[in-house]
Design a binder for this molecule. Structure first.
Ligand code: CA
Length: 220
């Protein structure tokens, strides 16, 4: 009887070990070195493009004042959109980061105001703000102003410009959304922009498209 129990125990240990090895072998080759496992971030109330029920959820923590975010949006995002968002495999959500002070806040308020007033135009407006960001050598120059943002909104959305101006003032109706995003940044310990999360996994190098593909394919 005792021997049987021992045998069962040993078999169990062996099975657990085999499962552990199989799980390890099935992980993307260098995931451990290039990505950090995070918690799934809630995208409730965030602008999301693509099928919201797609198996893969991609989240960008971005700052309209950040040159790398502009660069990411121009180089990596179009490939990602064509390969995975437009094909229904992944959804993509954007969360505001406020690392560059008042201008980051202004741009974030504008994006939230547009998202409330004319959600269908959000991504056009979003892209137009990044397009308006000057070449990187000048990125510290002030360029995010109420005038510039209302000009961009008038060209790319059908929002009520007066409401947008209110939302860029101390009487803003979207402060709560911006501070909610700021809370998510702190909760998720976001320190760099852009921070890209794929089903909760943070990419160490958001410009590594092969890694992005591997992480997505792994979850499909
Ligand atoms: Ca938001």
């Amino acid at each position: 009887m005792k021997q049987n129990k021992l045998l069962v125990l040993l078999t169990l240990v062996a099975v657990v070990l085999i499962v552990a090895v199989v799980v390890m072998l099935n992980q993307p080759k260098d995931q451990a070195e290039t990505a950090t496992k995070g918690e799934h971030v809630s995208t409730d109330g965030q602008p999301t493009i693509g099928d919201a029920d797609a198996p893969v959820s991609i989240v960008e923590f971005g700052d309209y004042k950040c040159p790398s975010c502009k660069q990411w949006g121009e180089t990596i995002y179009p490939q990602l959109k064509a390969d995975y968002i437009d094909t229904g495999k992944a959804s993509f959500s954007y969360i505001n980061v406020l690392f560059h002070g008042q201008e980051s806040i202004l741009a974030a308020l504008a994006s939230e105001s547009v998202y409330v007033q004319d959600p269908d135009s959000f991504w056009d407006f979003h892209k137009a703000i990044y397009d308006a960001q000057p070449a990187s050598q000048n990125h510290d120059e002030a360029w995010v102003t109420v005038e510039r943002l209302t000009e961009i909104a008038a060209a790319t959305t059908s929002v009520d410009v007066a409401q947008l101006e209110t939302d860029l003032s101390e009487n803003s109706s979207v402060l709560e959304q911006v501070s909610h995003d700021d809370g998510l940044v702190k909760e998720n310990d976001v320190r760099l922009t852009p921070t890209i999360m794929i089903n909760g996994v943070v990419l160490d190098n958001p410009f590594d498209y092969d890694m992005i593909k591997r992480l997505i394919e792994n979850d499909l």
